[in-house]
Write a protein that binds this ligand. Structure first.
Ligand code: NI
Length: 230
């Protein structure tokens, strides 16, 4: 499932984060790439422990944990600290797949990357190129979202970032391990959760709807109990 999550950050938060990020010193993005992706990758990155990366990363994680759509769709077990990249004219990231296992910086702990996230900091009209193209089972999907919005997609997908033709692209990217490893099972839980919420909204006073809602909520939690890995 590829999901657009709007307004993860408010316009004020987005502007503050963007200003902080643009004032920082950036390094060559190849430093965090594996051998194969180093051939494909041409961008700039903020060092993981950079104070600005930590500050803006914290802002993003707080916003995400408070975002019901994100939590329902991702069912996060652990989110890696957000990283940041910038592409200037001519830069791109050719087709690659992200590493399956990543270390949590500063700990000996490792997580499995089930879902990838990209959060945009520039408005789409302010640069040309820089689309995130994700290859899904239904074909390729091109993603370029308004500032403050995020795309969530399976880390199993091949993907690339098209060359910048004008302006620059500023994004945060990060991975998470989900309670639910399987994209199919996670999609089923997400659909069920949305349907239960809609039932509560549309038929708030009907006793039979309330009973169905309780029963379906039970089904949701029992499926989660069957499938969750911690
Ligand atoms: Ni990638």
């Amino acid at each position: 499932m590829i999901l657009h999550i709007p307004d993860v950050l408010t316009p004020d938060q987005t502007a503050e984060a963007r200003a902080l990020l643009l004032s920082a010193e950036w390094i060559d993005g190849k430093v965090t790439a594996g051998f194969q992706s180093a051939q494909a990758k041409d961008n700039m990155q903020l060092p993981v422990q950079h104070p600005v990366a930590l500050q803006v990363g914290d802002m993003i994680l707080k916003a995400l944990y408070a975002n019901p759509l994100f939590v329902s769709a991702a069912l996060p077990l652990q989110i890696l600290p957000p990283m940041f990249n910038r592409y200037s004219i001519g830069q791109q990231f050719k087709t690659h797949v992200d590493n399956a296992i990543r270390s949590v910086p500063g700990t000996g702990h490792r997580i499995r990357t089930d879902l990838s996230c990209t959060l945009f900091f520039e408005e789409p009209d302010d640069y040309d190129g820089g689309e995130l193209v994700i290859e899904d089972t239904y074909g390729a999907k091109s993603v370029k979202l308004p500032a403050g919005h995020l795309v969530l997609y399976p880390s199993t997908s091949l993907h690339h970032v098209t060359p910048i033709m004008r302006g620059s692209r500023l994004c945060s990217f990060f991975w998470l391990q989900s309670l639910i490893r399987s994209d199919e099972q996670r999609s089923i839980l997400f659909d069920l959760d949305l349907a239960i919420q809609r039932l509560g909204r549309d038929l708030p006073t009907q006793p039979s709807a309330a009973q169905s809602s309780i029963q379906l909520t039970g089904v949701y939690h029992n499926l989660l109990r069957q499938w969750a890995e911690m």
